[in-house]
Write a protein of this length. Structure first.
Length: 94
């Protein structure tokens, strides 16, 4: 059976256990962590992105629109947004 040899070891193990179980609060930067995967349909990407939208409801429309479009793969929808950018996330869904 494992034993703890020092206070430093105890402290390290305690902090590791505690911090690994703490759920981190999502922020506006969390939107930029969601990227469309290679071969992923737009519908699935939108579902994953919306999961973050629900967790950060106070985020400005402009931030959501920017993150969503910047993390798209290069395709027809991305190209249409490059030609005619949308500043509101709700407008992307219309």
């Amino acid at each position: 059976m494992g034993t703890i040899g020092s206070f430093q070891e105890f402290q390290s193990l305690f902090l590791h256990q505690f911090t690994s179980s703490v759920k981190h609060r999502r922020t506006e930067l969390s939107f930029f962590a969601v990227r469309q995967k290679e071969g992923e349909p737009m519908k699935e990407y939108l579902q994953r992105f919306n999961a973050v939208v629900v967790e950060v409801p106070s985020a400005p429309q402009e931030v959501k629109a920017s993150a969503f479009s910047q993390r798209l793969l290069d395709g027809d929808f991305f190209k249409s947004l490059a030609k005619k950018p949308v500043s509101k996330f709700d407008a992307l869904l219309a």
